[in-house]
Design a protein around this ligand. Structure first.
Ligand code: URP
Ligand code: ZN
Ligand code: ZN
Ligand code: ZN
Length: 479
């Protein structure tokens, strides 16, 4: 057998096994895994290195057009598919799944066509995209959404908050009903919109408008209540549900209870909820805006609860929620340097730092093992979003999407090191151990020696299959 590429002498980790073996790659796919593979047009010596499936970041926002009339008026995303995918690749991620948003009054089909144009010829990694439905008209529910699901967009997100995107419980049930009929998986942003609005009004009346009050306006109870309501709606409609960006123990308890009742509910968390706290929003001037995301980071008890959820299997996916707003007048400070927290764009960047942070804080610190790391960051996302077994694992027949890690390398995260177009990282100064050094997508080396080796535009759009969450009625037997 001849191989285009052989990766020799490394330690291969999948979601189930860790083994020493060589990998043989031909025409973009893994074709051999064996003790010793001879030959190879090109050979990479991976002695002392970890050979992991390339990461899948299934929650990121790239080039997302903003809804007209949103409170954070006109803040622009600094990363599109080109810089976003490059940044992802430098951080060991080989597949990205950002969101295509439908704004109110807009056709969903038109939004998808527009988003394909934004992605076309830009990405260095492969990509799929989730759909965000914010206007579930009869045409969207009856025709557009079913047709798009059949064309490979099998995951759909809805929002319970944000003026421009929020759906009523009744509208959410309508979308869930279509998702059930077409076997799509639903994602939900769970925060109680009415409570947030009420609290934010009170805070503003008292002149409490600094970024720190963003957290005060969205306490954990707001997320707990919405999570309970979201799983109830999913239970009524009979759809599997992903609760994205879970920020603490109380919403996690709601998820555990729903699972105990027999419902397929999947929990996601993100690096910011493990590493930041409310205190990061309480900084001089507007600096706290750098840590402003929704839900907000909480406290050390919430961090500990999330680690328990990661350890006990309640949390199954780990994504960045990369929201690339710069800390300048283009992004966070668009509404001015004294703007109320309500006018500051929500979200923080993190495509490139997601994997090194979980590797260092999770694997190196002994909280999770290597297989669980791979499951959380690649395999489970692939299964959940209909990309497995092509993506998310190392197996004969799978795409050769691989990140070769130096598990000893120590890095102090600074924004200078990163490749996104955002002018800050909320993880500035964080020391991590372990970094991806060679990154391969469909057999092509795309990152090597800290350089980009591939051409933007090589990345392919991936049609998603039906989520494995639909393949079982067994509670959480989906992974
Ligand atoms: O604050 C956040 N998370 N912004 C990004 C959009 C979202 O809600 O996921
Ligand atoms: Zn499409
Ligand atoms: Zn969200
Ligand atoms: Zn998000």
């Amino acid at each position: 057998m001849t191989f285009d590429l052989v990766i020799r002498g490394g330690t291969i980790a999948t979601a189930s096994d860790v083994t020493k073996a060589d990998l043989g790659i031909r025409e973009g796919r893994i074709v051999a895994i064996a003790d010793r593979i001879a030959g190879g047009e090109r050979v990479i010596d991976a002695t002392g290195r970890l050979v992991l499936p390339g990461g899948i970041d299934a929650h990121c926002h790239l080039d997302q057009p903003q809804a007209p009339g949103l409170a954070a008026k006109g803040a622009k995303m600094a990363d599109g598919f080109c810089s976003g995918s490059i940044s992802a690749a430098f951080g060991g991620t080989t597949t990205i799944v950002p969101f295509c948003v439908q704004h109110r009054g807009e056709s969903l089909t038109a939004a998808v066509a527009d988003y394909h144009r934004r992605a076309d010829g830009q990405s260095v990694t492969d990509y799929a995209f989730h759909l965000i439905v914010s206007d579930p008209t009869p045409a969207v529910l009856g025709q557009e959404l079913p047709a798009l699901i059949r064309r490979g967009h099998t995951s759909i997100k809805v929002y319970m908050t944000y003026d421009a995107m929020q759906l009523s419980d009744r509208q959410i049930l309508d979308v869930f009903e279509t998702a059930r009929a077409e076997k799509a998986v639903m994602l939900i942003h769970a925060e109680n919109h009415e409570i947030i609005g009420w609290l934010a009004d009170r805070l503003e009346q008292q002149g409490k408008t600094r970024p720190a009050f963003h957290a005060t306006s969205r306490p954990l109870a707001v997320e707990r209540e919405a999570t309970h309501r979201a799983v109830t709606l999913a239970e009524i409609a009979g759809v599997p549900l992903v609760i994205v960006h879970v920020s603490g123990g109380e919403p996690l308890e709601e998820i555990r209870r729903a699972r105990a009742r027999g419902h397929v509910v999947i929990a996601e968390t993100c690096p910011q909820y493990l590493l930041l706290t409310e205190a990061d929003l309480d900084m001089p001037d507007m600096l706290g805006a750098k840590a402003m995301c929704s839900p907000p980071p909480r406290d050390t008890a919430a961090q500990a609860a999330l680690w328990r959820g990661i350890e006990d299997g309640t949390i199954d996916i780990f994504n960045s929620d990369h929201a690339p707003y710069r800390f300048d007048a283009e992004g966070k400070l668009k509404a001015g340097p004294d703007a109320s927290f309500r006018a500051v764009a929500n979200g923080i960047p993190g495509l490139e730092t997601r994997l090194p942070i979980l590797f260092s804080e999770g694997v190196v610190k002994g909280r999770i093992d290597l297989s669980r790391f791979v499951a959380l960051t690649a395999t489970n996302n692939a299964k959940l979003y209909g990309l497995h077994p092509r993506k998310g694992t190392i197996a004969v027949g799978a795409d050769a999407d691989i990140a070769i890690w130096d598990p000893e390398k120590r890095v102090t995260i600074t924004n200078d090191l990163l490749h996104h177009n955002v002018d800050y990282t909320p993880f500035e100064g964080l020391e991590v151990q372990g970094w991806p050094e060679t990154v391969i997508s469909r057999g092509e080396v795309i990152i090597e020696n800290q350089e980009l080796k591939a051409r933007p535009g090589r990345g392919q759009f991936l049609e998603q299959q039906t989520s494995s969450a639909w393949r079982t009625r067994e509670i959480n037997a989906w992974i």
